[in-house]
Each structure stands twice: as structure tokens, then as C-alpha cells.
Design a protein around this ligand. Structure first.
Ligand SMILES: C[S@@+](CC[C@H](N)C(=O)[O-])C[C@H]1O[C@@H](n2cnc3c(N)ncnc32)[C@H](O)[C@@H]1O
Length: 240
């Protein structure tokens, strides 16, 4: 799906594509409430709306909100697009499905950028500034049986996300992963990753991982042992 992208808005990439594919495997009933956090161009929210969901999208960047609204209009999709910090614009609401492709790249600055293109990817020294917030916010965002689909890099702690979601009372598991070469941002930062021990010397690939977390009880999922790469767990049946 081609998206209009105003300057400074994150161009859909490998992580977007992997999350979109995973969303495509999710069961969605007409009228289900969906929320796409960190929506960028709005592509994921539009994909949900096209399947009949009551779709909401949110992003902190005004340019992303403009782009998402424009893309939804061009696709003749009804998407409620809100501006704000993570889930703040939907405080008190619950959703059947929440998707998120947040900033997750480890960065030399400990703080999240206040503006600019890097706000789409930089997420503090360990890449977890936004991931950890989403893990904490997820239970209050999900309706009973609600599902969170979250994409991140192997460089920003897949086990940490699984543990955080588990601690938040959800049932998380890895449902998709894909290796990809470093893009320009990661390549420029490769020496810094090596110096901090985030990757072994010479590493120029990362693994993208989609984690699916459910609010209901279910079988425990495979999780990578510390320092190991993620492996998708066997399918445990339809999503909802
Ligand atoms: C990696 S991009 C993902 C864009 C889109 N979902 C996709 O998959 O192509 C991350 C997005 O998160 C937004 N973002 C960063 N920090 C945020 C925050 N605290 N609250 C809401 N959105 C945020 C950025 O503006 C950016 O659009």
C-alpha cells in the first residue's frame, strides 16, 4: 500500500511490513476497536479500517497526524487520527487490538528526541524508552481478550519486552521475526553499538521481532533465553 508521506514522517519499512503481515493474520470482526500507536503514515490503522474495524491512530508528531489523516481520506477509510504522547489521547478507552511500531533504536542520547525525524527511531541508550512505556500501558488499553501486536529490534531487548508484558499481566509470545541488514541509521551507529556491547563486533544485521500479547489466560509462549535470538512459537490457534 503506497502512502503519502510528508517530510519528516517515517517511511514504512521492514518493521512496518512485518507488523502489517502479522496484523493480516489476526482475526478482526467488523466493528472491532483498533488502535495504532506511533502511527506515522497511518498505514496500519488504514489496513485495520479496510477490514471493517473502528480504527483509531495516534502519534506525537503533527506531521504524522497530518499524513495519516490525508492517507485515510485518500483511501476513503474512516480512521480517527489523534495527536498526543502514546496512549494519552485515548485515556480511558479500551481496544480489541492495539498495534505499535514505536521508536526502539538504541541511541547515544539517553533522552527521546523532542522533535525531528530521529523521534521516529531513537529510544535512549537501550532502545527501550517507549517500549517499556507501551508494556506498562497495554493492560489498561486492552479490552478483555484484547491483543497487542508490537514490533521491535533484537537490539532493544526482546526478552525485556516479554518480561515486562508478563509482569503487566499479559500473555506475550514472539509470533514473527525476520533478519534484515542494518539501514543507514543503524550502520552509522554500528561502532557505538559494538562499543556498548549491544552487538558483537562486525554485526551488521538485526532481527525484527513481532510480539503478540493477549489479556486472557493461555498457554505459555516460547521466549528467547538471555542472549539468544527469538524463535516464533508454534501457533496456538486463532487469534480471537
Ligand atoms: C518507527 S515510526 C513508525 C511509523 C509507522 N507506524 C510505521 O510502522 O511505519 C515511530 C513513530 O512513533 C512516533 N512517536 C515517537 N514517540 C512517540 C510518543 N511518545 N508518542 C506517540 N508517538 C510517538 C513518531 O512520530 C513516529 O511516527
Amino acid at each position: 500500500m503506497r502512502m503519502i508521506r510528508t517530510p519528516g514522517v517515517y517511511a514504512p519499512q521492514g518493521d512496518t511490513a512485518l507488523l502489517l503481515e502479522t496484523l493480516g493474520r489476526e482475526r478482526l470482526a467488523r466493528g472491532d476497536r483498533t488502535l495504532d500507536l506511533c502511527t506515522g503514515t497511518g498505514l496500519l490503522a488504514i489496513a485495520a479500517a479496510r477490514r471493517g474495524a473502528r480504527a483509531t491512530a495516534a502519534d506525537i508528531a503533527p506531521a504524522a497526524v497530518t499524513a495519516a489523516r490525508r492517507n485515510a481520506r485518500l483511501r476513503r477509510c474512516r480512521v480517527r487520527v489523534l495527536r498526543g504522547d502514546l496512549a494519552a489521547p485515548v485515556a480511558g478507552e479500551r481496544f480489541d487490538l492495539v498495534t505499535a511500531n514505536p521508536p526502539y533504536v538504541p541511541a547515544p542520547s539517553p533522552d527521546a528526541p523532542a522533535s525531528g525525524p530521529a523521534r521516529a527511531w531513537d529510544a535512549g541508550h537501550d532502545g527501550r524508552l517507549v517500549l517499556d512505556r507501551i508494556c506498562r500501558a497495554a493492560p489498561a488499553l486492552l479490552a478483555p481478550d484484547g491483543v497487542l501486536l508490537l514490533v521491535q529490534s533484537s537490539l532493544s531487548g526482546v526478552s525485556a519486552t516479554l518480561d515486562a508484558l508478563d509482569a503487566a499481566g499479559l500473555r506475550p509470545r514472539v509470533v514473527a521475526c525476520r533478519d534484515q541488514p542494518f539501514g543507514p541509521v543503524m550502520t552509522a551507529r554500528a561502532g557505538w553499538f559494538e562499543a556498548r556491547g549491544i552487538v558483537p563486533p562486525g554485526t551488521r544485521t538485526e532481527q525484527l521481532v513481532v510480539i503478540r500479547a493477549v489479556r486472557t489466560a493461555g498457554p505459555r509462549m516460547a521466549r528467547p533465553a538471555p542472549g539468544r535470538r527469538a524463535v516464533p512459537a508454534a501457533d496456538d490457534g486463532p487469534a480471537r
